[in-house]
Ligand binder design. Sequence first.
Ligand code: UDP
Ligand code: MG
Length: 321
Amino acid sequence: MKPQLSIVVPMYNESANIGSFYERVTRVLEGTGYSYEIICVNDGSRDNTLELLKELRRKDTRVKIIDLSRNFGKEVAMTAGLDFAAGEAVIPIDADLQDPPELIPQLIDKWQEGYDVVYATRLRREGESGLKKLTAHLFYRLIRRLTPIDIPADTGDFRLMSRQVVDALRLLRERHRFMKGLFSWVGFSQAGVPYLRDPRHAGRSKFNYWKLWNFAIEGITSFSFLPLQVFTYLGFFIASAAFLFALYLIGDKFINGNPVPGYPSLMVTILFFGGIQLITLGVIGEYIGRIYNESKRRPLYLVRDAIGFDYQSARWNRREV
Ligand code: UDP
Ligand code: MG
């Protein structure tokens, strides 16, 4: 029997959270009256996450485990979970209880009203520094400006998606997966439910500012050519300015008889243009690197073991990843 709900949980070194996560989620899900499965994706954890998951599964067969061959990152781990999920509605959620499972009944209610995607929107972030909040705020605004798709602000991956939406998402096999963007790209009818984001239950966040920065670049390059176009216009602007400056210099020399100013202006110009050209090359490089990565068409992830997916064995055997 296929379950009605699939909960998808990417897990990387989450042994300190698994127990309380399982309890809270189970309590909520039991209350909804729907049948469900909890798909835990072990994303190459170095602690005993996998052992704890297997222990859980011995008690409760609704817990299913996908063990990836190494750490592939949260976005890919979540994709693996979505690929294996069989439910009529699928809910990705973090293992660290920052996404309150208690919100799930509200997500389900909206889904029952007929929405295909019901996302949870953060009203407030607890236990996160002012700088993290500021950068997150700027990030969402920037992405909204730069990309043509409408990504709701302050929305993470915590959401409910109908089977139709999950099937649509499964068609998008790009390696550079900016999930928030992909979620919006597929469209369908979407609604938001506000909530208060809790601090991490235990352990440390795996994200740092360098990762966030790269995440932002990923988001922008995945959905926008604007960084490339900016330099086209900048190039035009600088070339025009240079032309006018040249006219001025020639006039100054031949009409006023002033000597052409020398070394300092030359140095400034050369360094300035050198810098601009390197930046432009860098931006082009960001895109070329992504083209290179996509063109290799490697599988998104490799599964070492998938436990509890008997009815999907056909999909699993075809290694459709
Ligand atoms: N995660 C993962 N693979 C990774 C990093 C994180 O599967 O390489 C999982 C992690 O176990 C958690 C979720 O992704 O369930 C969110 O991670 P984290 O709490 O570190 O991110 P933050 O909440 O700071 O954005
Ligand atoms: Mg977290």
